[in-house]
Design a protein around this ligand. Structure first.
Ligand code: ADP
Ligand code: MG
Length: 321
């Protein structure tokens, strides 16, 4: 199968959407951002052996690639619009391409993003890059800077599940519903697009959690020139995580990577409203701490005592993520 035949056969799905004047097939896609909106762009790459285990099922790679990329749009409080896809493949294997393309198209529809172009090359290792484009009302893109002392730190969903899902893949044992659920959390991030957009007017800052809460909150603190206190007892943990990995649950919630939940910073007086909006959407939103004028990130136990020696967890995981 030639390159053009491959593109025509597999990647002409999910190819139309708002603002697409020319999609796949010409030298450039021609795209129109609606009046009054600013363009936001982000790219993510998955390398076999570095970001995913060899033999990962192709449909899993599609949902993982797209979920992680669109999560960056959610983190900016953007509306997803367009996707470009760069693939480096060892061979043009229909048994790989068909399930990959089918799941990619399905998730594109669900997430409201159109595949408008890309690049397909042959190479020794499987490498997948997704560039995503979205838009936000001019001046309203949610950034990492802007957190202020006294603000509260809110986290969507539950933390640590993805790290637990990875553990069940690295060290498989008896399959169970819990294992399936944790692996789903690992493979198929559910970007919090609607939540971020609805909360945007109430927020000072935010990002998505890809390297663990402590590491990513650290980025907000650095960009905003503030510090924070996180309460260990407030971390949102799933029942599945607590049942399956009771010993590691807290550590993975703090430092496990790739949850693709949102870490949001809101002024105290907006917190109630934020929790209401999240409840209306059926999304868990939890206050886990507050921003402080004092620099540094402190994790407090139930007695309000600072914990030490917590950074090792996420450094170790980083080598694998
Ligand atoms: P060029 O040589 O001009 O870069 P290509 O031959 O690489 O063009 O690609 C032909 C068309 O197919 C272009 O519109 C390109 O955006 C699109 N395309 C190539 N690979 C992919 C892919 N993996 N997914 C979606 N579109 C693709
Ligand atoms: Mg090309």
């Amino acid at each position: 199968m030639g390159e053009f035949e491959l593109i025509r056969q597999y990647f002409h799905r999910a190819a139309s959407g708002p603002g697409v004047r020319e999609g796949i097939g010409d030298d450039c896609a021609v795209l129109q951002v609606p009046p009054g909106q600013e363009l936001v762009v982000s790219i993510d790459t998955l390398v076999e052996g570095t970001h995913f285990l060899p033999q990962t099922p192709p449909h899993r790679l599609a949902e993982r690639l797209l979920g992680a990329a669109v999560s960056d749009l959610a983190a900016a409080a953007a509306t997803p619009a367009w996707l470009t896809l760069a693939l480096t493949l060892p061979q043009a294997d229909p048994d790989w391409l068909e399930p990959f393309a089918a799941r990619l198209a399905e998730r594109c529809h669900q997430l409201g993003i159109a595949l408008v172009g890309g690049d397909t090359t042959r190479g020794p290792n499987l490498v997948l890059s997704a560039q995503v484009h979205g838009w936000v009302d001019c001046g309203q893109t949610l950034l990492r800077r802007g957190a202020q002392p006294g603000d509260r730190i809110l986290v969507s969903g539950t933390l640590g599940d993805s790290r637990a899902g990875l553990e069940t893949l690295l060290y498989p044992d008896t399959p169970s519903d819990t294992t399936d659920w944790l692996q789903q959390r690992f493979y198929c991030p559910e970007p919090r697009v609607a939540l971020a957009r609805a909360l945007r007017p109430h927020l000072h800052a935010g990002l998505d959690i890809s390297d663990g809460l402590l590491a990513d909150l650290g980025h907000v603190l650095q960009a905003s020139h503030v510090g924070a206190e996180v309460e260990l007892g407030c971390l949102p943990l799933s029942d599945a995580l607590c049942q399956r990995f009771p010993e590691q649950a807290q550590n993975w919630a703090l430092s496990g990577g790739e949850d693709f939940e949102l870490c949001l910073v809101a002024p105290e007086q907006s917190v109630e409203r934020c929790l209401q909006v999240a409840a209306e959407q059926g999304v868990r939103l939890t206050s886990v701490g507050r921003i402080t004028a004092a620099q540094g990130l402190r994790v407090l136990d139930a007695q309000g005592q600072p914990q030490t020696g917590l950074s090792a967890g996420y450094d170790h995981f980083k080598e694998m993520s």
